[in-house]
Design a protein around this ligand. Structure first.
Ligand SMILES: N[C@@H](CCC[C@H](N)C(=O)O)C(=O)O
Length: 300
């Protein structure tokens, strides 16, 4: 262990989309992309699909304007260290951590994210519900982008949940292959900041299942924003549009790591319910945050 003070962490997941949680209330930690990637490394670090830094909104330049509405800012990073606007599973786990740590009351809670303030409802135990905001997608029922893996291509819907998604309905989830590399999405100009790609099959009426390749993380066991994007794409495909019909619609979305239940309301707002679990906590050797790439962390 290096002589600098150890850094506290927790580990949590939502439908097995797993996160390193770093409490940093005053925004005092230097967390460059390389340090985040080392913390998320599953062999040489703690391991996670992403990292949730827990910072007071007032202490973070990107969140200061939201401080009156939401005391805490979810500074979300992907496993490669890149910054993302929003993480749907992450925000449930973030809220669970706040309540468990006595930093927020169970019940209604606002969390600042780069995509804006998200309202969370959590009981002491059990599932957590998040108001995810409205989806943004091109008008009309037609897919506007194409996803390709191996020799196969599919039409896909461009759905923005604060972060970008391409949703492709496929005959079999196995057709997505091993997803070790990112699927090709065209036109690339539709996603100047990169894209998360969801592959979807039907499981029954208003019930679908997905696999996802996440921007900055690779294939994960779940993606909350992705599941919301899938729900909206499935609803439009099925002829349902609550903002136009005035009738809310609910889908069950199975992910490799569990199940999410998602409702689109008549005001366009999307509500997602799913689990959020903290599984461990401890301290990290601060050398992990400063080690040069490939150097590893010295023992002792
Ligand atoms: N797993 C998250 C999404 C995390 C961000 C994503 N990889 C991106 O870069 O947009 C979720 O649960 O929504």
């Amino acid at each position: 262990m290096s002589s600098a003070a150890p850094v506290r962490f927790l580990k949590g997941h939502g439908t097995e989309n797993d996160f390193v949680i770093i409490p940093d209330p005053d925004g005092a930690l230097d967390l460059p992309a390389a340090a985040v990637a080392r913390l998320c490394d599953r062999r040489a670090g703690i391991g996670g699909d992403g990292l949730l830094r827990v910072v007071r909104s007032a202490a973070h330049p990107e969140a200061r304007a939201m401080a009156g509405e939401a005391e805490w800012f979810m500074d979300y990073r992907n496993a490669d260290g890149s910054v993302a606007e929003m993480c749907g599973n992450g925000v449930r786990v973030f809220a669970r951590h706040l309540a468990r740590a006595g930093l927020a009351e169970a019940g209604e809670l606002a969390v600042a994210t780069r995509a804006g303030v998200r309202r969370v409802h959590l009981a002491k135990d059990g599932d957590v519900t998040v108001r995810m905001g409205a989806a943004r997608l091109p008008a009309g029922p037609e897919p506007s982008v194409t996803v390709a893996v191996g020799g196969r291509t599919w039409p896909a819907r461009n759905v923005n949940m604060g972060n970008p998604h391409a949703v492709a309905f496929v005959a079999d989830l196995a057709h997505a292959g091993d997803l070790r590399t990112a699927p090709a999405v065209t036109p690339a100009a539709a996603y100047p900041e990169g894209v998360n790609v969801e592959f979807v099959v039907d499981r029954g009426p208003r019930h679908v299942a997905l696999r996802v390749h996440e921007r900055g993380s690779g294939e994960t066991r779940s993606c909350g924003t992705g599941a919301c994007a899938v729900m909206v794409a499935a609803a439009r495909r099925d002829g349902a549009d609550p903002a136009a019909d005035g009738v809310p619609v609910t889908y069950t979305v199975d992910v490799p790591g569990g199940r999410l239940v998602i409702t689109e309301h008549a005001d366009g707002g999307i509500e997602m319910t799913g689990p959020a679990v903290i599984v461990a906590e401890g301290t990290v050797d601060p050398a992990l945050l400063t080690a040069s790439p490939g150097a590893g962390v010295p023992n002792g």
